[in-house]
Design a protein around this ligand. Structure first.
Ligand SMILES: C[S@@+](CC[C@H](N)C(=O)[O-])C[C@H]1O[C@@H](n2cnc3c(N)ncnc32)[C@H](O)[C@@H]1O
Length: 687
């Protein structure tokens, strides 16, 4: 009997259901589970077209719902739940996903498409297990799965359909029917879990809980370690309760950890590889096994918590190590994890390539910077098909050097080359260069590339000193002492200022739309973009929100140059005000935007700025923060962590760290979005 031991393990834990569905509530309370209901604020607007299979959409929605509540509760409810359960039910028929009907006509369309046919009901479920750490940070461990049930509807006449629709029952139900009530009369048969159709796959859920709480060591014993899973150059992060026998933990064990070093085995480092294949099993599982010099370790050693199949690009996955558990979960792949130890094996080809790529990274960057600075991409856009000698003549460079640069750019995917009959290669831009490297492309990153070359590169060439001294290297890099990064480095000459503004402009144009559309801002009428620079971000906000006017507030040196960056069609809903946001009065607005501002400053300065914003705000005002949010365990993204290496007074922070800073000034985090663009975003509300 699975159920009771599971339920009793949850006694005394704060279990939260991130759903307002009365049916889910009933199913779980009938099972004896004690929980709180905190409906998720996550808007179910994921683009269905982005998912390969319908269940992936349901699982992702469930995950986002649960994570939103798990992240909100410590701030809004001032308590951290032990587990948060999110679920999303969808109906699919003929390749279409049906959710809740918006009106009666929609219900009719849905129900008539189901009439006389078999359809699938998928419920995606996400269980977020929260581990609160001493420093108030919370680690989230995610278990996700789905259940599919097949349902066949009888042939339904229009009369029957309308009678059912007029009963009002379809309106809040996925697919427009409720099998547990009147809708049961429409159903000819059900194959699979009936409760899954009602809205929650109780049996599958209990099996998952059983695996977490009954068959694995207590969550308090879990040791979070990071392992790199190498598979075609990909990586994964794993959560282990303790390391496999013979394998040392990669972070120091907690006092309660049962991990013991195995003296007979070789020490670090270890390589992990995983292999994936599709499982034909109706109840898909992830199998994981370890190979080492001591032979294969029982498959029962590992429990996979998160589906690798979801992360086809960077294949992030989480594992819990456990000595007794067979295998777990979730969506359709069999994964085999092999562990080998360095002393016994040759380095893998992938690993070698990865190290070489890292070693050569700076050469690739510099080749890109140089080709961009010498206008190679602009030239080949206006005159495609030039050979090296012709390019050399145009860019006033040696033929030999130009040929090397062009060939390097081809190898980096920035140019293509074709051999002419005379054996000469001719060059053209690739789509990548045409999108991002031309001076006049809408998403041109040329300004930012120039900033990287002229400002970031010199700073990085003094990285060792920066690391030794823990101080910025602007004096070494630029030969001048500087107290204020903006006034003394970026704005100390007209040329430097324009270069910096160009860099900000190009990044804001590329990232602006994703930030501006990350949240529903329809309740705000006036916004102030603090440190809004050229106004590029502000224009994206006014484009995305027709009812919004934005005041760009920046230093006088910047505002006086803003007209150089006006878009072709000027927008009179964007205006500029000059001032210093640490000293001057801030323009009044309903919404304050801080895009790529706070990372430049230490907590103390951030405190000054936030208290000025808080004073300017009344309850209900918004603060939209956009930055690179570090992962909560500070293991990524490397873009943010690498940027921190050349930063001076400022620092990179996680969403939780930003949330806490904002909370101390009366702002409650309402939503966090990890956009698939360069910047993440957080919307906070003043209470
Ligand atoms: C890293 S840039 C970000 C620009 C813009 N928000 C974006 O996302 O593209 C920082 C901006 O803050 C402005 N800034 C720095 N110190 C300031 C101050 N004390 N008062 C007003 N603006 C300031 C800079 O001039 C610059 O435009």
């Amino acid at each position: 009997m699975v159920l009771n031991p599971v339920i009793s393990k949850l006694a005394g834990k704060l279990v939260v259901l991130a759903s307002a569905s009365p049916r889910r509530l009933e199913i779980l309370s009938n099972a004896g589970l004690r929980f709180e209901v905190v409906p998720s604020w996550f808007k179910e607007t994921l683009d269905k077209g982005l998912f390969k299979a319908p269940h992936e959409y349901a699982v992702e929605t469930a995950k986002q719902k649960a994570l939103e509540v798990a992240r909100r509760m410590p701030f809004k409810h001032l308590k951290t739940p032990d587990i948060v359960i999110g679920a999303d039910t969808i109906v699919t028929v003929d390749g279409m996903i049906l959710e809740k009907p918006v009106d009666k006509e929609d219900a009719y369309r849905m129900l008539s498409s189901l009439s006389g046919k078999e359809h699938s009901v998928f419920t995606g479920v996400a269980i977020v297990v929260c581990h609160e750490k001493e420093n108030e940070e919370v680690d989230y461990q995610l278990i996700e799965f789905y259940e599919e049930t097949k349902v066949k509807f009888a042939d339904l006449s229009d009369n029957m359909l309308w009678e059912y629709i007029n009963s009002g029952e379809p309106m809040d139900k996925a697919g427009g029917y409720g099998i547990q009530a009147l809708g049961g009369m429409l159903v000819e048969y059900v194959h699979g879990d009936f409760l899954n159709v009602v809205g929650f796959p109780l049996n599958h859920f209990c099996k998952q809980l059983d695996l977490i709480y009954n068959r694995c060591t207590s969550s308090a014993d879990q040791e979070i370690v990071s392992v790199r899973l190498s598979h075609n150059g990909s990586h994964a992060t794993s959560i282990l309760t303790q390391p496999p026998p013979g394998l040392p933990a990669q972070s120091s064990p907690s006092p309660s950890s049962k991990a013991k070093p195995n003296p007979s085995s070789s020490p670090t480092p270890a390589n992990y590889t995983h292999h994936t294949q599709n499982s034909s099993s109706a109840n898909p599982v992830h199998k994981v096994k370890r190979k080492s010099s001591e032979g294969e370790v029982d498959e029962s050693s590992w429990m996979l918590v998160n589906s690798l199949s979801k992360h086809t690009d960077d294949r992030e996955a989480e594992f819990i190590y456990n000595t007794t558990l067979p295998l777990v979960t979730s969506s359709g792949q069999v994964i085999e994890l092999s562990v080998t130890e360095h002393e016994d094996s040759e380095p893998k080809k992938d690993d070698l390539q990865r190290i070489i790529d890292l070693m050569d990274g700076f050469k690739a960057s510099k080749a890109l910077f140089t080709a961009s600075k010498m206008c190679v991409f602009d030239l080949l856009q206006s005159r495609p098909g030039l050979d090296a000698a012709q390019v050399a003549q145009e860019i006033k460079a040696s033929v030999k050097g130009t040929a090397c640069l062009l060939e390097a750019c081809v190898s980096l995917g920035l140019l293509t080359s074709k051999q002419r009959a005379c054996q000469k290669s001719v060059y053209e831009n690739t789509d990548l260069s045409s999108h991002f490297l031309l001076s006049d492309a809408p998403f041109s990153l040329r300004g930012y590339i120039q900033h990287c070359n002229d400002t970031v590169w010199p700073l990085f060439s003094h990285l060792e000193s920066a690391v030794r001294e823990g101080a910025n290297q602007r004096e070494k890099a630029f030969g001048k002492t500087s107290k204020d990064m903006f006034q003394d480095t970026f704005y100390n000459s007209q040329e430097a200022k324009l270069r910096f503004m160009n860099a900000m402009h190009s990044i804001a144009k590329v990232t602006g739309r994703a930030v501006a559309t990350a949240f529903d801002l329809s309740s705000f009428k006036t916004a102030c973009d603090l440190g809004g620079c050229t106004g590029a971000m502000a224009y994206e906000f006014t484009k995305a929100h027709p009812g919004l006017s934005v005041t760009v507030f920046d230093l006088p040196a910047v505002v006086e140059m803003s007209e150089h960056f006006l878009p072709l069609h000027t927008d009179n809903r964007v205006s500029f005000v000059a001032g210093d946001f640490f000293k001057d009065e801030l323009p009044k607005a309903d919404l304050y935007i801080l895009a790529r501002i706070l990372h430049d400053w230490p907590d103390e300065k951030v405190g000054i700025l936030l208290s000025k914003i808080a004073n300017a705000c009344t309850a209900g005002c918004g603060l939209l923060l956009s930055e690179i949010f570090l992962d909560e365990d500070r293991r990524g993204p490397s873009r943010g962590l690498l940027q921190a290496l050349s930063m001076s007074e400022g620092k990179q922070r996680s969403a939780t760290e930003y949330g806490l800073l904002l909370k101390s000034h009366g702002f409650i985090t309402a939503h966090v979005r990890h956009t698939d663009n360069l910047l993440d975003a957080m919307l906070c509300i003043k209470v």
